[in-house]
Design a protein around this ligand. Structure first.
Ligand code: SF4
Ligand code: SF4
Length: 136
C-alpha cells in the first residue's frame, strides 16, 4: 500500500516584520532564498525544496522576521515592496517597507509629521537644500 506523504517540508517562514533587505538571501548557501530587483519592486523568493534548514538566514535577520517551520512546499514570492526614489533628485532611497519602519521609529522618538514626510521622500542632500523647513 502506498502511503500518502505530506507535502510539507521544514523550511523558512517569513513574517510581516521583513523589510526585504536581502540579508538572508545573501547568506543562503543553496539559493533557496533569492532577491529579485527590477528597479521598481524588490521581491524575496523562497523555494522551500532547496532549503537545507541550516538557519544561516535566521541568524542574520536583524528584524527577527524569519524562522524555521513546517511550511507548504510551493515556491514563490514571500515578501515584496516598491522602491522609493527621492522627489528632489531621483536618487533611490530605500524600499517602502524599510521607510515605513524608519518613520515608525522616528514618530516614536517624537518627530513631527512634516519631518517624517521629508524623511520618507527626500535624500539627505535634498533635505539639506530644504533646511529652512527642517530647522523648524
Ligand atoms: S527576512 Fe530578515 S534578512 Fe531576510 S529580507 Fe526580510 S528583513 Fe532582511
Ligand atoms: S535555512 Fe539555510 S538553506 Fe534554508 S533558506 Fe535559510 S539560509 Fe537558505
Amino acid at each position: 500500500m502506498v502511503e500518502n506523504i505530506a507535502e510539507e517540508i521544514r523550511a523558512v517562514r517569513i513574517d510581516d516584520a521583513c523589510v526585504i533587505c536581502g540579508g538572508c538571501a545573501l547568506v543562503c548557501p543553496t539559493n533557496a532564498l533569492m532577491l529579485e530587483d527590477d528597479g521598481i519592486q524588490v521581491k524575496l523568493h523562497l523555494n522551500p525544496q532547496d532549503c537545507i534548514s541550516c538557519e544561516a538566514c535566521v541568524d542574520t535577520c536583524a528584524h527577527y522576521a524569519i524562522d524555521l517551520d513546517w511550511v507548504d512546499s510551493v515556491a514563490g514570492i514571500v515578501a515584496e515592496s516598491a522602491w522609493v526614489y527621492c522627489r528632489g533628485c531621483g536618487e533611490r532611497l530605500a524600499n517602502r517597507a524599510e521607510i515605513d519602519v524608519m518613520c515608525m521609529q522616528l514618530a516614536q522618538a517624537g518627530f513631527s509629521e512634516e519631518l517624517l514626510e521629508f524623511t520618507a521622500n527626500f535624500c539627505t542632500s535634498c533635505k539639506y537644500h530644504r533646511a529652512g523647513i527642517l530647522k523648524r
